[in-house]
Design a protein around this ligand. Structure first.
Ligand code: FES
Length: 108
């Protein structure tokens, strides 16, 4: 599968997460305070909760349900109760549009 156009980069607000569905896979997009765009699996590995409904804090996205913080660059939970990572996707920005191939995750 080729990378799909997801949305315009201008639709993201700094330090908030946006849930998108790409190729049937829920993904949380986060524009961090350094201006970098991250794409991680949107479903918490502890429960069926959308991480995009949680909170961006430094370089993590925190699940609102029980507080696990997932690192934006690796998808790893830094705090319990979640202990399995979420996938991390490669983000390409072309002419201001975000493209993601949901079948390719970053090797961490
Ligand atoms: S459902 Fe996310 S930490 Fe429990």
């Amino acid at each position: 599968m080729a990378a799909e156009k997801v949305c315009a980069a201008s639709e993201l607000s700094q330090d908030t997460a946006k849930r998108v569905i790409v190729g049937g896979i829920p993904i949380a997009l986060v524009l961090d305070s350094a201006g970098e765009i991250h794409a991680i699996g949107d479903t918490c590995t502890h429960g069926d909760i959308s991480l995009a409904e949680g909170f961006v804090e430094d370089d993590t996205l925190e699940c609102w349900a029980h507080g696990s913080k997932f690192e934006l660059t690796t998808g790893k939970p830094l705090t319990l109760p979640a202990f399995e990572p979420v996938p991390v996707f490669i983000v390409e920005v072309i002419d201001g549009e975000i493209f993601i191939d949901p079948t390719v995750t970053k090797e961490i």
